[in-house]
Design a protein around this ligand. Structure first.
Ligand SMILES: [Zn+2]
Length: 156
């Protein structure tokens, strides 16, 4: 059975009546602008995921930093989120893009992405991008990669 990290129904109730982030978030996910994500906290109640999302307007610039927290209480799921972009409301396209990506990710797969593996995962991703086997819009600059590595190493 495929168990999503975040179910579509939970995403929809998180977004509420706002259609725009859903439409734009779908684009973010399709363009592979979520360059890295991983779980930094996982217990019975709380699942905390951090991620980086490329800026649509500046692909080689500093990515947005995202955080999604899924809280489970007596079987009911509550999502909350933060993003470093200007919108900052937590319901921006970056957050929705990440949630949609998590919807396509299984719990098992997320387990393999522990926070300590992130720099390694990033290396693999970079290789795939350079090899051109996937049409990902991953950043090519070494500086950015270094920055992402140090972000994850410093924070966690
Ligand atoms: Zn954002």
């Amino acid at each position: 059975m495929f168990t999503s990290v975040v179910e579509l129904t939970d995403i929809l109730s998180f977004i509420g009546d706002f259609k725009r982030p859903l439409i734009e978030g779908t684009q973010v996910m399709k363009c592979n602008h979520i360059v890295e994500f991983g779980c930094v906290e996982n217990n019975n109640k709380t699942l905390k995921i951090v991620a980086m999302c490329l800026k649509t307007s500046d692909l080689s610039g500093k990515p947005h930093e995202l955080e999604v927290i899924k809280t489970t209480n007596n079987g009911s799921v509550q999502l909350s989120a933060k993003c470093s972009c200007k919108a900052g409301s937590g319901k921006c396209k970056h957050i929705v893009g990440l949630m949609l990506k998590l919807q396509k990710t299984s719990i098992e797969e997320l387990d393999e992405r522990s926070c300590t593996d992130l720099p390694q995962q990033w290396g693999k991703l970079g290789q795939a991008a350079r090899g051109g086997s996937h049409p990902v819009a991953a950043p090519r600059s070494e500086d950015l990669k270094q920055e992402i590595r140090s972000y994850f190493l410093q924070s966690y």
